[in-house]
Write a protein that binds this ligand. Structure first.
Ligand SMILES: Nc1ncnc2c1ncn2[C@@H]1O[C@H](COP(=O)(O)OP(=O)(O)OP(=O)(O)O)[C@@H](O)[C@H]1O
Ligand SMILES: O=C(O)c1ccc[n+]([C@@H]2O[C@H](COP(=O)([O-])O)[C@@H](O)[C@H]2O)c1
Length: 215
């Protein structure tokens, strides 16, 4: 059989690299993490697996919008403890985006910045059930709900309705909080099994929370 070479005219194909790829589902776990405890890890892991997220990024705030700053230790120290807390989980990471930006850490600013840097991602902001009733007070909340999915983690004793769309996730209740950890350290009580060993060691080595001034 005789073969003939045929010249095909050049065709220009434009591929939309952003929207032709499946969007990555990224969870954001914002917090003061003063200190990070096993409740944070339990919640992040459950949300990751129940919603089929690709990863969860822990974001320690620089200046929390609604917390008395005097009770908070340095952002750098909280960042360091958060890194220790997530060690070994390939789906977890820690971002210093709010520390680098400085000032009060509004979630709207953080999500906008992340969307600019990673337009391929779809974001899920994880909040404890205790936070949901305060959503109406958040900075630029009407715009924020349009660019992020809020995931509410059911926490016993807190209101489970919100004027804004919230994706509710059932997580076994584990009533640990950073305030409880600070109280236990100040009163010389064990925090074993409430925080990662690495975090407990760090708190001890640095002498954090011992004088009760951060209660
Ligand atoms: N045990 C828990 N179960 C479910 N969600 C939690 C739990 N602890 C904290 N969260 C949620 O994790 C996020 C970050 O919390 P944060 O760092 O302020 O810790 P916290 O334990 O609530 O701190 P504090 O006791 O100092 O108020 C918030 O959305 C909070 O509601
Ligand atoms: O943007 C806001 O107005 C806003 C108000 C309250 C809380 N947040 C964020 O919610 C996360 C949990 O807050 P907190 O106070 O429980 O540590 C943390 O990332 C905060 O920056 C954000």
């Amino acid at each position: 059989m005789a073969l003939k070479t045929v010249k095909i005219p050049e065709v220009q194909i434009q591929v939309d690299l952003v929207h032709d790829q499946p969007r990555r589902k990224v969870g954001l776990m914002g917090g003061t993490f003063n200190p990070p405890h096993l409740g944070h890890l339990l919640v992040a892991e459950q949300v990751l697996s129940q919603l089929g997220l690709d990863e969860v990024i822990f974001i320690p705030d620089n200046k929390p919008p609604h917390i008395d700053e005097k009770k908070t230790i340095s952002a750098q120290t909280r960042l360091e403890m958060t890194k220790l807390s997530i060690q070994g989980n390939p789906h977890f990471s820690v971002s210093d985006i709010e520390l680098k930006r400085g000032g009060v850490s509004y979630t709207y600013d953080t999500v906008q910045q992340l969307r600019r840097e990673h337009p391929e991602n779809e974001y899920y902001f994880i909040i404890g059930g205790d936070m949901v009733e305060y959503l109406p007070t958040w900075y630029k909340i009407d715009e924020l709900v349009k660019i992020v999915n809020f995931v509410g983690v059911k926490r016993p004793g807190y209101q489970l309705t919100s004027p804004y769309p919230v994706l509710w996730v059932d997580v076994p209740g584990f009533e640990v909080s950073s305030s409880l950890i600070r109280q236990k350290v100040a009163s010389g009580c064990s925090i074993h099994y409430l925080v990662r060993d690495e975090v407990a060691d760090f708190i001890k080595e640095e002498g954090l929370y011992q004088d009760g001034s951060s209660l």
